[in-house]
Every structure is written in C-alpha cells, then in structure tokens.
Design a binder for this molecule. Structure first.
Ligand SMILES: [Zn+2]
Length: 143
C-alpha cells in the first residue's frame, strides 16, 4: 500500500477508502503519478486493477482534504463502473473534439452520482466510527 504514490503520501482516510473500494470490487487500487492535467481513472479488467492517475506536482499544492476528495472521486468512478455497471466509454475512431465532448457528457451524468456515493460512504464510515466509540465507552462501564 505504501507504493501507491511516489511523492504524495495517502492519508489514513484515503487509504481506508481505497481499501473499501478494493474489498467491494475485488480490484487492486493503484495510484500513480502522471504529467497530464488533474486526475483520471482507468480500469484493467485483465489484471483487476483500478488505476488512478494523479498529477502529483499539481496536487501537492492542494490541501490533504482536497487530495483525498480527488482520489475518492476517481476511485468512485471505478466503483460505479465495476459494481453498479456504469458504462466505460471507449472512443473508437473519434477526433479530439468528439473525445472531449464524450468526456464532458459522461462527467455531467456521472459526477453527481459519484459525489452522492462518496457522501453515503462517508456517512456510513462516520456511523461505524461512532459505534466503535460507543462500544469502547460501554465496554468501560461493563468492566
Ligand atoms: Zn468525475
């Protein structure tokens, strides 16, 4: 898990989210640096990898929360594709304008679902944390 990023270190929160996506999809999460703009995700069904590419130099300027959100966002696109059967569009014989239009169209459709999924998973994680704290507190009273 330590080799996921070469420059940025994943926060505990991002690491936990990646593990959850790995558990739910049975794919291995790989996060690599790239020199393009922003971040994106690709799936490798043969090797069962969810590959998040993130421009580390660009994201080093962001706060930990923003980097976490970007990684969670890209991982969730992979999750939706693998677990919810959202389509992965392969542009065959498309020009750059068509590719860009397809990308923006897919983003407009999928991003609200991605954000809602992250929110739901965060609430579930928060509820689990609260339960763990309550168990510890109640455990103290039982002893
Ligand atoms: Zn997106």
């Amino acid at each position: 898990m330590d080799n996921r990023l070469t420059i940025l270190k994943l926060s505990e929160k991002a690491e936990a989210y990646a593990k959850e996506v790995e558990r739910e999809t049975e794919y291995i999460v790989q996060i690599d640096d790239w020199q393009g703009n922003g971040a994106n995700v690709t799936l490798d069904p043969d090797c069962k990898y969810i590959l998040v590419k993130i421009n580390e130099e660009e994201f080093k300027k962001e706060s930990e929360g923003e980097i976490d959100f970007t990684i969670a966002h890209e991982l969730t696109h992979g999750f939706l594709s693998l677990k919810k059967k959202y389509c992965q569009i392969n542009c065959m014989r498309c020009g750059s304008e068509e590719k860009e239009a397809i990308f923006f169209l897919q983003t407009m459709i999928e991003d609200p679902v991605v954000d809602k999924t992250i929110y739901k998973k965060s609430i579930n994680h928060l509820m689990l944390s609260i339960l763990m704290i309550l168990r510890k507190i109640l455990g103290l009273y039982v002893i």
